[in-house]
Design a protein around this ligand. Structure first.
Ligand SMILES: [Zn+2]
Length: 181
């Protein structure tokens, strides 16, 4: 069994970085942070800098998952995206897809750790079960960001490994700690 810990730090988040969720979740959107110590940025620093951006979850280098925004809300993580053939400028994609930031110094050529991939897989499974979507309903930010090429994350993310975990180690992935959903 691979236990992944979830910590709820949502009380620390600047309220300008999330909204009340009204749409059901349909999947997961994976990002990399392109930075270090990103929790502070995603929970308030970005708003102070005039570039408000957050995420629902942050996966630390050691695989710890941190819930960044309160349950029942959604974070502003996707930006302008193309979704089902239409350009979304209204934040619909941020609400439909659960945002997962993987702490990674993209620009320094760093790639996500093995335990980060395991944590993302466990989070996908749990989210899929809770919200009744397919565990294959997972996207990379670069695949949806509009115009195409606007984003290049998740950088260095090993999709094959995550899909292998989801397909073959499903029963071994367990979330512990605070309730994730
Ligand atoms: Zn991103």
């Amino acid at each position: 069994m691979i236990a992944v810990t979830v910590r709820d730090d949502s009380a620390k988040c600047d309220p300008s970085l999330f909204g009340r969720a009204v749409l059901d979740r349909e999947g997961v959107l994976v990002h990399t942070t392109d930075g270090v110590n990103s929790q502070g940025w995603l929970q308030g620093g970005s708003a102070k800098a005039g570039k408000p951006a957050s995420c629902d979850f942050l996966v630390q280098r050691d695989g710890t998952i941190i819930r960044l925004v309160p349950r029942g809300t959604y974070s502003y993580h996707a930006g302008v995206c193309k979704w089902e053939g239409r350009v979304d400028r209204a934040g619909k994609v941020s609400q439909l897809l659960i945002g997962v930031e993987v702490e990674n110094a993209d620009s320094a050529g760093q790639t996500p750790t093995e335990v980060q991939h395991i944590a993302v897989a466990a989070l996908i499974l749990r989210a899929a079960w809770h919200h009744a979507f397919s565990p294959l309903s997972v996207y990379g930010h670069y695949g949806l960001a509009y115009p195409m090429g606007r984003r290049s994350d998740p950088y260095g993310f090993d999709w094959g490994y995550v899909m292998w975990l989801l397909a073959h180690n499903r029963d071994a992935l367990v979330l512990t700690g605070d309730k994730a959903f």
